[in-house]
Design a protein around this ligand. Structure first.
Ligand code: SAM
Length: 220
């Protein structure tokens, strides 16, 4: 996937920076070394595609998260090679592409059709075949393919969406930023039988998760 694109060296530098920031999972680091993030951002922003701490506007008022946030959420999800993973908030498709390197199947949902279309085109262009993208309200999860070994929510929820907890497999991990519209804490919710164990990962600043179990959007 890493053709001689002129960005290979920057990608290696980004991964070294992630290691310095405390990312230790070698599979996550290797996945981020492989995926060409520059192809997931608008052309005008390619020069900053590998800055570990920069989120980038991808249109429709949405962003692609900072590589350090992608790395730490992915690490927290502890994804195994046979896992089935759900992502809420496809955006550019970059996080889905990283997950695709780590899991067997990735299901990714996005509420804005134009973003879903562009993300799908980028994933197809890169020959990534184990990601299925759909336009829908991800706060409801994706019951047809549940249960999931891991669920990553890449937009900020006012509280943990209950349908997502219900769609976790036994031992499954849900990683979700929860809090106010402008600042949140990323929570990791792990399903253990009828119980859940919740821990906090780090502070974050995501765009809002809009939907039935999220924030109200325009017209709601
Ligand atoms: N993971 C993305 C990437 O790698 O580029 C970045 C996601 S961006 C920070 C958040 C995305 O969540 C936006 O594209 C937004 O439209 C989407 N979103 C917000 N509410 C949603 C919902 N209820 N269901 C699905 N997607 C939603």
């Amino acid at each position: 996937m890493t053709a001689a694109d002129g960005y290979d060296y920057r990608r290696v530098q980004m991964v070294e920076a992630l290691e310095r920031l405390g990312i230790t999972d070698l599979r996550v680091l290797e996945a981020m070394r492989r995926v060409p993030r520059d192809l997931f951002v608008p052309e005008a922003y390619r020069q900053v595609a590998y800055s570990e701490d920069v989120s980038i506007n991808i249109g429709e008022g949405q962003t692609i998260s900072q590589p350090r946030v992608v790395a730490s959420m992915t690490q927290a999800a502890r994804i195994g090679a046979d896992d089935k993973v759900l992502e809420i908030g496809t955006g550019s498709g970059y996080q889905a592409a990283v997950l695709a390197q780590l899991a067997r199947f990735v299901f990714s949902v996005e509420r804005i059709p134009s973003l879903a279309r562009t993300a799908k085109a980028t994933l197809d262009h890169l020959g990534i075949e184990n990601v299925t993208v759909k336009v829908m309200d991800g706060t409801l999860g994706w019951r047809a393919f549940a249960p999931f070994d891991a669920i990553l929510v890449t937009a900020a929820a006012p509280e943990v969406p209950q349908p997502l907890v219900e769609q976790l497999a036994e031992g499954g991990r849900l990683v979700v930023p929860v809090g106010a519209r402008d600042t949140q804490v990323i929570r990791v919710v792990e399903r253990r039988g009828a119980r859940t164990v919740v821990s906090e990962l780090q502070g974050a600043c995501f765009v809002p998760l809009i939907g039935r179990h999220g924030w109200a959007g325009e017209g709601r």
